[in-house]
Ligand binder design. Sequence first.
Ligand SMILES: Nc1ncnc2c1ncn2[C@@H]1O[C@H](COP(=O)(O)OP(=O)(O)OP(=O)(O)O)[C@@H](O)[C@H]1O
Length: 306
Amino acid sequence: MSPVVTVTDLTKRYGGVTALDGVSFSLAENRIYGLLGRNGAGKTTLMQILTAQNFATSGDVAVFGQHPYENERVLSRISFIKESQTYPSALRVHHVLRAASLVHPCWDEELAQQLVDDFRLPPRRNVRKLSRGMLSSLGIIVGLASRAPLTFFDEPYLGLDAVARQIFYDRLLADYTEHPRTIVLSTHLIDEVSDLIEHVLLIDRGRLLLDVEAEALRGQVLTVAGPVAAVDEFTRTGAELHRVLLGGAARATVRGDFGPTDHDRARALGLTLEASSLQDTVVRLTTATNGAAPATVGATSKEAVR
Ligand SMILES: Nc1ncnc2c1ncn2[C@@H]1O[C@H](COP(=O)(O)OP(=O)(O)OP(=O)(O)O)[C@@H](O)[C@H]1O
């Protein structure tokens, strides 16, 4: 099946700032992607280019097999929900939903109304009078009810409380299960979405660090803990990303091609072994690339980054 998005050697420079640096990947049909990375990594720039709201400096993008710029056939199949979306101040909530229904051919009005109830949005309230979280809810409703074959959520939940965020995750998963499509979710709340994400794209300083199935990643990055000598022995077979020393004990995050025999090996060495959380993996990978020098710590809670 041909990819929904193909990005080839994409570079974007803003003057002296390289926001994207030779990025290549593709997005398959009917998957949920997590687009992750630290502040300033280049995530928004990438989504802007894919949705024709920004220009590449070099490289190619194809969306549904075509260039997205001024391409109505492509753009009508995309929904892009941004952090801090603004609306013309004269509009009320129901006006925004009506306008969105006109530009998104797959719009589902019943779903939109159900989400308005779920998020307790007052339909007749002027958008200027919505709270910060209510504005985010409105964006999320547009993103879900548009049912676009390619949907981008760029940090969609500024100001949204924990209950509303959970409603978003639940409704997204339920609707995606019934109406599969390609969804790209960019977020810093990695733990909250780790069960939703099927494929991870991790960007760091404009470069693609990871392009991997979430399930495969879970087996590749492990946290191993126990006596220092035993941890040293175990980590010989992987790339160590991070270590904490506590007296004679160590806790290390290690990346490698691990299998069942490694779990037996850890047990034989008297070590505990567990899969790192997605958030921990992202933190370790994006701090390990700083090239920070290893440090030694005593029996404190301070961390030594390798
Ligand atoms: N219009 C612009 N002019 C100059 N530099 C820009 C512009 N837009 C973005 N940048 C820079 O490009 C880099 C990538 O920014 P971008 O907004 O894509 O990152 P991000 O991963 O979305 O960050 P965040 O998670 O903080 O939203 C940053 O260094 C940013 O300062």
